[in-house]
Design a protein. Structure first.
Length: 154
């Protein structure tokens, strides 16, 4: 380190950061498994259009889960900033808005496609949402979060 420069203070992340990263990891694993299961079931029940619809629905919900939790985990990296609250909510709400607009555009583009079964898409989407809710509950319940908040630097 050059002389005269102060060392960088150690950046302390919130105690919830490992929990968020665990949720991202399990969300990615569950998404891949759900795409395979729902896509395979769709193929057996309704052929290729149902397979594509089910797999896309499951993938959409998984990507949205990972984006939500990932944006919170990413925003936590700015905890030492004076503008942390503004940056945090800007990142999280910006990601939410991006997901919302992207989902509406995707639905408009996919609504009349013959190669896509809309019922299978809905079932895949619903299954993905249910799995993500169960994962969130399991990750939080099995975590060992302290009952007190993070120490302040004051």
């Amino acid at each position: 380190m050059p002389e005269g420069q102060a060392p960088h203070p150690e950046r302390r992340l919130p105690t919830s950061q490992p929990l968020l990263l665990r949720a991202v990891r399990w969300g990615a694993i569950a998404t891949v498994a759900l795409v395979v299961v729902i896509g395979g079931s769709g193929y057996l029940i309704g052929g290729s259009p149902a397979m594509i619809g089910g797999a896309m629905g499951a993938a959409f919900s998984g990507v949205f889960l990972i984006l939500t939790v990932g944006s919170i985990a990413f925003a936590n990296r700015f905890i030492g900033s004076e503008l942390y609250v503004a940056v945090f909510f800007g990142i999280v709400l910006g990601t939410w808005l991006l997901k919302f607009v992207g989902f509406i555009i995707a639905l408009l583009l996919l609504r009349d496609q013959t190669w896509l079964d809309p019922v299978a898409f809905f079932i895949g989407l619903l299954a993905g949402v249910m799995v993500s809710l169960v994962l969130d509950v399991l990750v939080v319940v099995k975590s060992r979060m302290p009952a007190i908040s993070d120490p302040s630097t004051d």
